[in-house]
Design a protein around this ligand. Structure first.
Ligand code: UD1
Length: 366
């Protein structure tokens, strides 16, 4: 165990969507001189899914990497539980902070609860009300076990209250992922990535990795047919997550002139590509929020979303695969701008400051 601070606040990160949420919280707590330790579970280990984000976001290198890697949900969660229990036993955290809804999040919540370590959940209360999504299970369990619940949008407060969470434990602070987006806005220039790819506007960006869209061969074929049809309307760039790549290729997805499959991108490069896009087709959670702030139309190929505020306020729409082509035609006809939309309340770049202030006050009362 390296030389680490005694009784720290311990942040758990593991998968790509955690890093942009943790970065501003870690920075805000550092400014408040709070002793901190970053534990990377190793759920994501490919440099393009992990290392590149630490470099892009100025997130300090993890103090500990558990190296759990991939596996079935049971295998991965079991390895997470064992590794995190050892780490928490050694570190004796004053508070564990978890982010989002990935397997690393729920595993850290379970371990903290069993070791009687207080737990804070950043991005609590989101609900798709669809328990076939592994992330929905992770969200519910993590929220049940959390002592401090940081919420990104008002309906998440209602979801937590409905579950019986005491109101005093719920803090509507805004969205730290959007803190990261706004802090990096000046770096988001589509020019370099378009030059690298030899891509000209107008173009769309697509991402696809959810088990419900890629694992079943028939559903994967629906997705591939949709992506091909969209690429006939406007050239499409697809930075493809390694999960699902074999299934989508087996279903007939091949890179070509109008449908470019590229490696996963770093934070700045990917959001620069999105910023310059005419539209995005995705099954991601976070991209629904980022496009809302960037004013880029987002077509989410899912039957539901845990982020309804991106529809009521933002540029997001839920679409069946067969309806994407029609939606893209509408978006292209409407021109740039994403139609009338507003940025959700408190998505103002200061969420992590609010989180840090609450944590500092909480630590002072212990
Ligand atoms: C995880 C999250 C998902 C999130 C996504 C973002 C869970 C349950 N899911 O999904 O919510 O949207 O991250 O990326 O936590 N793999 C690699 N390299 C890696 C990591 C994974 O190739 O560095 C491949 C492996 O084949 C692995 C598969 O991706 O088996 C699944 O990885 P896993 O960490 O289980 O979940 P993701 O699909 O990445």
């Amino acid at each position: 165990m390296p030389d680490l601070p005694a009784r720290p606040v311990v942040h758990i990160v593991g998968a790509r969507p955690n890093f942009m949420k943790a970065a501003p919280v870690v920075a805000s707590l550092r400014r408040a001189d709070v002793p901190q330790v970053i534990v990377h579970t190793g759920q994501h280990y490919d440099p393009l899914l992990s290392d590149v984000f630490f470099a892009d976001l100025g997130l300090p290198q993890p103090d500990i990497n558990l190296g759990v890697g991939s596996g079935s949900h049971a295998e991965q969660t079991a390895a997470l539980l064992v590794g995190l229990e050892r780490a928490f036993t050694d570190l004796a955290p004053r508070l564990v902070v978890v982010y989002g809804d990935v397997n690393s999040t729920v595993a850290a919540a379970l371990v903290a609860a069993k070791l009687l370590v207080p737990l804070a959940h950043v991005e609590a209360g989101l609900r798709s009300f669809d328990n076939t999504m592994p992330e929905e299970v992770n969200r519910r369990v993590t929220d049940l076990l959390s002592d401090i619940l940081f919420v990104t949008s008002p309906e998440a407060v209602d979801n937590l209250v409905a579950m019986g969470t005491p109101r005093t434990a719920i803090h509507f602070v805004g969205n730290p992922m959007i803190d990261t987006l706004l802090a990096n806005l000046h770096r988001l220039d589509p020019g370099p990535v378009l030059a690298r790819l030899g891509q000209v506007a107008p173009y769309g960006v697509a991402t696809m990795h959810r088990p419900s869209n890629v694992d079943d061969p028939a559903q994967a074929r629906r997705m591939v047919d949709m992506l091909r049809a969209v690429a006939d309307q406007a050239p499409l760039v697809i930075p493809l997550h390694p999960r699902g790549r074999p299934q989508l290729e087996a279903a007939g997805l091949h890179s070509g002139e109008r449908l470019r499959i590229v490696e996963p991108m770093g934070y700045v490069e990917f959001l620069s590509l999105v910023r310059g896009a005419a539209f995005v087709v995705t099954d991601s959670g976070g991209i629904q929020e980022e496009t809302t702030v960037l004013g880029v139309p987002c077509l989410t190929v899912r039957p539901n979303t845990e982020r309804p505020i991106t529809i009521t306020h933002g540029t997001n729409r839920l679409v069946e695969p067969e309806a994407v082509v029609g939606a893209v035609a509408e978006v292209l006809a409407a021109g740039p701008g994403g139609g009338p939309h507003s940025v959700p309340p408190l998505w103002d770049g200061r969420a992590s400051e609010r989180i840090a202030a609450i944590v500092v006050e909480w630590l002072a009362t212990r």
